[in-house]
Design a protein around this ligand. Structure first.
Ligand SMILES: [Zn+2]
Length: 274
């Protein structure tokens, strides 16, 4: 801000764009940060750099020199900074996260510049970033799984379909290195209860295991019976429809789908689910 409280007048010094090949949005932003920073530091009389980006992961990676897909950009940034910063005690740099929703003018202009750029053909020898390949493999795996998931034979008739908060069928994901069924990270036998792979009569019948097929109430111990109508268990939300319905049922009935529900006397059966 100037002394009279007015913001400084901004003027464009330089603009550029370049294709980055097959890359994720974070890779592309990091490449942009690298080019912009190196150019700014090379300008004569540059003492302070304020770098704005709407991509927080790219800002965090800018000085991360560990091994990852965009490491070359981070190495270039750090190498440039290591030469520029010691030159003067007045040299300083600020990396500022500026979300797009703020609709800051100069940021919008940069976005429009890129939107106006011509599309570049990838070609048969495109530069490819490792993170893009991982992302591509994730999408291919999920597309294939989701396509097959609608087939009950592939999915398994014992697999319990549940919905998320938007009434969408809950599907697994490989994103963010997370669990295949991230909504069930809490435990309570959720995975085994949902798939029917659990010490219940139906499972024993299914695999011809010489154990009683009865529920604790005396009826056939099927997954549907235990989740929907057994008088020995507590129900709050009826037959599970949402993911939290199942978690709520298992929280209220911790012995359900466990060895202890069958009145066995083996040690630690409360925890074991087979
Ligand atoms: Zn029962």
């Amino acid at each position: 801000m100037s002394e009279d409280g007015e913001p400084p007048t901004l003027h464009k010094v330089w603009e550029s764009w370049a294709p980055v090949g097959c890359a994720t949005s974070v890779d592309a932003e990091l490449a942009g940060i690298c080019v912009a920073l190196c150019k700014a530091l090379a300008l004569p009389g540059c003492n302070a750099v304020y770098l704005f980006s709407n991509c927080l992961p790219a800002l965090r990676l800018a000085t991360d020199c560990t091994e990852y897909g965009g490491q070359q950009h981070s190495l270039a940034i750090v190498q440039t900074l290591s030469g520029w910063l010691p030159e003067s005690a007045n040299h300083c740099i600020y990396l500022i996260h500026s979300p797009s929703c703020l609709k800051w003018g100069p940021q919008g202009e940069a976005h429009e510049l890129l939107q106006a750029c011509p599309q570049v053909a990838v070609g048969c020898h495109a530069r490819t970033i490792l993170t893009w390949l991982c992302d591509f493999a994730d999408h291919k795996a999920l597309d294939l799984w989701n396509a097959r998931f609608s087939d009950e034979i592939y999915r398994g008739k014992h697999f319990l379909p549940l919905q998320d908060a938007q009434d969408r069928l809950l599907r697994p994901t490989t994103k963010k290195g997370g669990l295949w069924l991230p909504a069930f990270a809490g435990g309570y036998n959720s995975h085994s209860a949902r798939m029917g792979h659990t010490p219940i009569g139906e499972y024993y019948h299914w695999f011809n295991i010489p154990e009683s097929t009865q529920c604790v109430c005396g009826r056939f111990g099927s997954q549907d019976h235990i989740l929907g109508s057994c008088r020995k268990f507590t129900f709050h939300a009826g037959y599970p429809y949402y993911v939290w319905d199942l978690d709520g049922f298992l929280f209220a009935n911790r012995r359900a789908f466990s060895f202890s529900a069958l009145h066995t006397q083996r040690p630690r059966d409360e925890e074991g689910i087979g």
